[in-house]
Design a protein around this ligand. Structure first.
Ligand SMILES: Nc1ncnc2c1ncn2[C@@H]1O[C@H](COP(=O)(O)OP(=O)(O)OP(=O)(O)O)[C@@H](O)[C@H]1O
Length: 269
């Protein structure tokens, strides 16, 4: 199978998967998957629940090993990549909010992926955390416990943890879930700004409208790549039905795409 380039305008691959198979024991999630994500890309993976999106991210991160095939980041095997090259924001639904840490401690945890061992922060590290927290709008709650802040602030705190080492590649699993529409847009705007500064971004989401309005590239995924390209090209009834298997309605309104997951209801008089 030939690798498919994720973009026509970038050339260096940040991620290259060649004929990768992912399994949990005997259960195959996907097989013979080839994919390239160019450096500088800002791409979203969409697909139904249990379609293998998080598994794909874990394979790229090296958290879950491929059963077959090669995974390379910036032309290095995934297990040889310099620590700190990748920043990761996991699905926050899986985080225990009663864990006794402050926002500052959450952010400083990111420093340990870079081989750091001592438990106290240097003046310079504290200043870096302060700067990043300022930029992400969580500087006022650095000493707050993570259970005492809003969903949007938690998302920003974990984003800061992922960014503290200045990664080249940022991977986020459902960064738009569990927060209101305004916060979703703010988070995606922030990610867009970091992407413009050169960070390659790959995320998963269930929010097709957010992808349509914020991301330049989308991958429709269901145990394999169904289609990929610019949202306006890819979000068609045919491709979305192939991806989700359901009744998807796409409305074009003043140059924007609006996607609904069923035929609009008619009011009964
Ligand atoms: N640790 C695991 N052990 C065994 N099976 C797993 C494990 N993690 C995921 N799976 C299975 O692999 C399949 C793909 O799961 P995955 O979490 O990658 O899907 P997803 O598309 O990210 O779903 P969602 O949108 O609900 O987060 C599912 O059938 C799931 O049950």
């Amino acid at each position: 199978m030939q690798a498919i380039s994720l973009s026509d305008s970038f050339s260096t691959p940040a991620v290259r998967l060649s004929s990768v198979t992912a399994r949990y024991e005997q259960n195959e999630v996907f097989g013979n998957l080839s994919l390239e994500i160019a450096a500088g890309q800002f791409a979203g993976i969409v697909g139904p629940t249990a379609s293998g999106k998080s598994t794909l991210l874990k394979i790229i991160l090296g958290i879950h090993s491929a059963s077959a095939g090669q995974v390379e980041l910036y032309n290095h095997p995934v297990n040889k990549v310099r620590p700190g090259t990748i920043g990761y924001v996991p699905q926050l639904g899986s985080v225990d909010w009663n864990f006794p840490v402050t926002v500052e401690e959450v952010i400083s945890m990111g420093l340990y992926t870079n081989g750091r061992i001592w438990p106290w922060l240097s003046k310079q590290e504290r200043a870096c955390i302060q700067d990043l927290a300022c930029r992400l709008g969580v500087n006022d709650c650095l000493q707050h416990h993570i259970s005492d802040i809003s969903g949007g602030q938690r998302q920003r705190a974990f984003l800061a943890r992922a960014l503290i080492n200045n990664p080249k590649l940022l991977i986020l699993d459902e960064p738009t879930s569990g927060v209101d529409i305004k916060t979703q847009h703010e988070v995606l705007h922030l990610l867009g700004d970091f992407n413009k500064e050169g960070i390659t971004i790959l995320l998963t989401t269930h929010d097709l409208n957010a992808v349509a309005s914020h991301l330049p590239w989308v991958i429709c995924f269901n145990r394999g790549i169904i289609a990929q390209g610019r949202p306006h090209t890819i979000f068609t009834n045919e491709i979305l039905t192939k991806t989700y298997g359901g009744d998807i309605v796409i409305v074009k309104y003043e140059g924007h795409l609006l996607i609904a997951n069923s035929t609009p209801l008619k009011f009964i008089d």
